[in-house]
Design a protein around this ligand. Sequence first.
Ligand code: 2RA
Length: 329
Amino acid sequence: MKVAVVGATGMVGEVMLQVLAERNFPVTELIPVASEKSVGKEIEFKGKKYQVVGLQTAVDRKADIALFSAGGQTSLDWAPKFAAAGTTVIDNSSAWRMDPTKKLIVPEINAHELTAADKIIANPNCSTIQMVMVLAPLHKKYTIKRVVVSTYQSITGTGVKAVQQLENEYAGVQGEMAYKYQIHRNAIPQCDVFEDNDYTKEEMKLVRETKKIMGDNSIAVTATAVRIPVVGGHSETVNIEFNNDFDIAELRKILHHTNGVVVQDNTDTYTYPMPLYAEGKDEVFVGRIRRDESQPNTVNMWIVADNLRKGAATNTIQIAEYLVAHKLV
Ligand code: 2RA
């Protein structure tokens, strides 16, 4: 497979290269792509050195698959050009996610929707992916009525500038600000910009993308997204109200048997997921599973995942693996 990685020098792009190598994805030729300022830079992949090229050069080289993590505008401008050249694009930005003609894919849930005609495929938002990985099997069994989610998001979701801001604040150094406020020793209840309804784009991604991925607009979702000074991954408290009652042991067993989900849940041994331990892993970790005693048919839980891996790079590459395995590219 001739594979282009668009945004190869960025945070997610670097993790994509790492995961491609780790999973031994069948790359016969790698095309690292970045903005003009990075063209000519050298990157190493599986012991071989490659020169970073610009977007038009990459289009002209007609990759089989292009993995994008280069921002929404670059995706809007360039994904169609790659697709027109015969390349299948899997895009990490929000550009195409809610486009009714584009598929929004978490392989464990809806990869079966993919066809060879899908030339631009959207990778969901990181905080959505880890939540729906848990919601999907439970929806199948108990039918979800409403979800209330609060996120505690890693600064790596914002990118290098945010990591640098935190390091500067640790060191007591004034530097460029990724956020409006100090993030060190703080929690900022704003991830991305505010929409007209006073929710942030991040919160509305959780609402809108969940419905699309699970194919059910009847699921009510409300979200609060918070940024915290953590690097290993995103954490979420999720309160799920079902249409039907459930058995907590059975619910835990369903999650235990869900591919890609690991249950870490034992109060006797203080066992529960934490971003410090989720970092670098591809699974979605769930714990603190307990009945909501304030209302019937409702459960609380805590979900943690590495936002750069299952939340972005690994999910993207799992989509590519599905395309290859099913001869859709
Ligand atoms: C964030 N989910 O964490 C968004 C984009 N990666 O900022």
